[in-house]
Write a protein that binds this ligand. Structure first.
Ligand SMILES: *Cc1c(COP(=O)(O)O)cnc(C)c1O
Length: 440
């Protein structure tokens, strides 16, 4: 049994004992393992430590939860935000405005003004946005980090919707398009406050060598700009996030250490000490720290296919339900006591509570025969699942809980209790969000 699976079981049993999971009152709940989270953050810091200044911004869209942002801040993380809502969450969680990185392809005039007033690090998506910033750039002598998001156009990965460095991708300035490289250099020559470059090659499914190629492209661009300017104007290289996660096992195929090593080998200039490195990881920090647990409400057979109807479906695992081949999840079966369910594997569909036929977490999955009152666990769902619910069918959003573990936990867990990250939604809050207050 892997350490992750030991810990999941300990957390599940604690959650059942303390009523966070309850067949009647709390048929689904989500968990973040504080020990795994801390160890992932430590691994990231260790991997990139070296000559120069390095800082790590957590991609808030992967876990847009103020309590989590606060936990990560305490662990030494910055925050990368891509909307006003994410920005406000990071500020509410105590992130210093100058430690926030702002990426969004659709920043409004108001958002840009606020970002400039706050002094957040701005990654500029396109030339029109640059013109708006140039108009507003305050002449207050405050240090600011501003630079283009570059699309290095180095190719796409296995999930097209998650790949951002194709020739025609939606984000950033396509550096290989005719005339663009020169235009970009001219912008840096005209505006001394343009002092950074950024790339984010994609999220999940992009091969590490493609990510390294993209980062090499922008590092060479930074060198070229500084040469043309005749000084170290570009000081920051933001390499984005996107390190993939293995959803098929408890393994970490690439890991921060191996990624940083691949970068040291492929782009040694990045680590020369001449540049401040910023990273923006989300999924690789958080996915394996979290899981969803849901009760099986009913089981039945349709045609000759056994189906377990659970409380986890498209409302919580939206990508998995709509794009099952791109986002497969493991499903683990547990008894009502939180013990691994044993028994001859049987092909079953694991369905969710939403009212459409495709609301399936897994199709034809071989699992011990599920029965009402059993629990299904979806590991690796710490990022982009519980924090990003889909409000189809007006199903109450489940609670999310972080463990509080002993300072030196053993493999079996040493889980001492839970800290709520997000309370289960109340019916009152659901009705308010739906506009019940507007009834005449
Ligand atoms: C989504 C995103 C990230 C984080 O990606 P992960 O795959 O979660 O690491 C980082 N930077 C930008 C600009 C993003 O859009």
């Amino acid at each position: 049994m892997s350490e992750l699976s030991f810990r999941r079981q300990a957390i599940l049993q604690h959650a059942i004992e303390s009523g966070l999971l309850h067949p009647g009152n709390a048929p689904i709940a989500c968990f973040i393992d504080d020990v795994v989270l801390r160890s992932n953050v430590d691994a990231l810091h260790r991997a990139f430590a070296g000559n120069g200044e390095v800082s790590h911004a957590f991609a808030v869209k992967s876990g847009s939860l103020p309590v989590l942002l606060q936990m990560l801040r305490v662990l030494g993380m910055r925050a990368e935000v891509a909307s006003e809502g994410e920005l406000e969450m990071a500020l509410a969680a105590g992130h210093d405005s100058r430690s926030i990185v702002f990426d969004s392809p659709a920043k409004t005039e108001g958002e840009l003004q606020r970002a400039l007033d706050l002094g957040v690090h701005i990654n500029v998506d396109n030339f029109q946005e640059l013109a708006r910033i140039a108009q507003r750039m305050p002449d207050d002598g405050q240090p600011r980090v501003v630079g283009f998001r570059i699309n290095p156009q180095v190719g796409i990965g296995s999930i097209e919707a998650m790949s951002t460095a194709g020739a025609q991708s939606k984000f950033g300035v396509g550096i290989k398009d005719p005339g663009v490289r020169e235009r970009v250099v001219e912008v840096y020559l005209s505006y001394p406050w343009m002092n950074s470059v950024q790339v984010h090659v994609g999220s999940q499914g992009v091969a590490v060598d493609v990510m390294v190629d993209g980062i090499r492209e922008i590092t060479e661009l930074a060198d070229e700009i500084n040469e043309r300017v005749g000084g170290p104007q570009v000081r920051t290289i933001d390499i984005g996030g996107g390190l993939p996660v293995d959803f098929h096992s408890d393994e970490r195929p690439v890991g921060f250490g191996a990624y940083a090593q691949a970068l040291r080998a492929g782009v040694p200039r990045l680590f020369s000490g001449d540049y401040r490195i910023v990273t923006e990881f989300g999924r690789s920090l958080l996915a394996k720290a979290g899981f969803i647990a849901a009760y099986v409400e009913y089981t039945k057979t349709s045609g000759d296919r056994p189906i377990a109807v659970t409380h986890a479906g498209a409302q919580i695992a939206t990508r998995t339900v709509f794009m099952p081949d791109a986002w497969p999840l493991r499903v683990l079966a547990f008894t009502p006591d939180g013990l691994p369910k044993l028994g001859e594997p049987l092909e079953q569909d694991v369905a969710g509570p939403c009212c459409f036929a495709g609301d399936l977490i897994a199709r034809g999955r071989r699992l011990p025969e599920l029965e009402p009152g059993d629990l299904v666990v979806m590991p690796d769902t710490g990022a982009y699942y519980a924090s990003t619910p889909f409000t189809y069918n007006s199903i109450l959003t489940p609670g999310i809980y972080a463990t509080r573990s002993a300072p030196t936990p053993d493999a079996a867990g040493a889980v001492q209790g839970f800290r709520p990250i997000r309370e289960p939604q109340t019916m009152e809050a659901l009705l308010r969000a739906a506009g019940v207050g507007l009834l005449e």
